[in-house]
Design a protein around this ligand. Structure first.
Ligand code: OSB
Ligand code: MG
Length: 375
């Protein structure tokens, strides 16, 4: 049945992390999160999250640019227009708009959740997700010294995480990972994420990572590069996983055709939403390439979207889907996201839409600005 969206309310909340999270391109202590509350004319509503960062250190977007893009250009494209199904949102938002993927994604994914609400099915089911539980990984920030990282990884193993990703940068890489291996052994499922910290001048240095038994190395080279990653992959036995470089389906096709990597970290926000994320998932499934769902230090709202996506069958590698308590003193959703003893997160398949309730009082307390766009 045709859906007409009546209003979209944007809010910026400031949510302090328990601990500063540092990657090669910058550190974050307080997440500035853009939330959308979307309602249709029939009285259904849902929440969505824009996972753009505070600064343009991961992608060119920030929540400031997303705020502008959504209020000025994107919200008017879906407000008041009849949508027959969620797959109509992506073309409506993309047409004539270059970039702004995370802004598009927030609205597009909200449309998917609104349709799921209307049909009283879970978001996972609406996407074709089949899994009930998803193996969970953790992403550990750059520590001041190797021993501090060893202790972090030791704790993560004890907590039951199924994949442990260590952020690296020049000066905090081979020695750090080698210290973890020698302290904790060959069985720890380890990987590294460079967030574009290296160039082809570092090939000989990066080859030393091949001795450390990593599951993969994520995004060693520039954020928009595919050609050099293909050259680098020829020098490395360790599979390259691309994150920043895969901004849409065509980039994923190019990666596979060029050999720029062997695994994709799919973040739905980075690829402008679920339509593209599912298309990349399907392409990789057809080509025998495994994928996993990455994170952007989302609140519990963004987590719901990632968990739904990760329930698709080719998400065979554990996702960066850590529980709420890993990030926040208190999340903005009830129940909070948890991880079981076997390091798995449960997909809320028995509840409609995003499957968790938003703690409105808490959101109100954290809100620093809000704005409503109507049809
Ligand atoms: O590269 O995957 C990344 C966080 C911010 C920016 C980029 C990245 C990350 C993470 C965090 O790795 C993963 C998480 O949400 O736990
Ligand atoms: Mg990454």
């Amino acid at each position: 049945m045709t859906m007409s969206i009546a209003r979209i309310t944007l809010r910026e909340i400031h949510l302090p992390l328990k601990e500063t999270f540092r990657i090669s391109s910058g550190a974050t202590s307080v997440r500035h999160i853009l939330l959308l509350e979307m309602s249709d004319v029939d009285g259904h509503s849902t929440w969505a999250e824009c996972t753009a960062a505070e600064r343009p250190n991961y992608s060119p977007e920030t929540i400031g640019t997303a705020w502008l893009a959504i209020t000025e250009w994107l919200a008017p494209r879906v407000l008041g227009h009849g949508l027959e199904g969620p797959e109509e949102a992506y073309p409506a938002l993309r047409s004539g708009v270059r970039g702004h993927n995370m802004a598009i994604a927030a609205v597009e994914m909200g449309v998917w959740a609104l349709f799921a609400e209307r049909e009283a099915i879970s978001l996972a089911e609406s996407l074709g997700g089949t899994r009930e539980v998803i193996a969970t990984g953790i992403s550990l920030g750059i520590e001041p010294d190797p021993l501090a990282l060893v202790e972090r990884v030791r704790g993560a193993v004890a907590d039951g995480y199924k994949k442990i990703k260590c952020k690296i940068e020049p000066g905090a890489d081979v020695d750090y990972i080698a210290a973890v291996r020698s302290a904790l052994g060959a069985d720890v499922p380890l990987m590294a994420d460079a967030n574009s910290a290296y160039t082809m001048d570092d090939v000989e240095h990066l080859k030393r990572l091949d001795e450390l038994g990593l599951i993969m190395i994520e995004q060693p080279l520039a954020n928009d590069d595919l050609v050099r990653h293909a050259q680098l992959q020829k020098h490395l036995r360790t599979p390259i996983c691309l994150d920043e470089s895969i901004t849409g389906l065509e980039k994923a096709e190019d990666m596979l055709n060029l050999g720029s990597g062997k695994i994709i970290n799919i973040k739905p926000a980075r690829v402008a939403g679920f339509a593209q994320a599912v298309a990349i998932h399907d392409l990789c499934a057809a080509r025998g390439v495994p994928v996993w769902c990455g994170g952007m230090l989302e609140s519990g709202i963004g987590r719901a979207y990632n968990v739904a996506l990760a329930s698709l069958p080719n998400f065979t590698i554990p996702g960066d889907l850590s529980p709420s308590a890993r990030y926040w003193e208190r999340d903005i959703v009830t129940p909070e996201w948890t991880m079981d003893e076997e390091g798995r997160v449960t997909v809320p398949r028995d509840r409609p839409g995003i499957g968790i309730a938003v703690d409105l009082d808490r959101v109100d307390d954290l809100t620093v600005r809000s704005h409503t766009v109507t049809s």
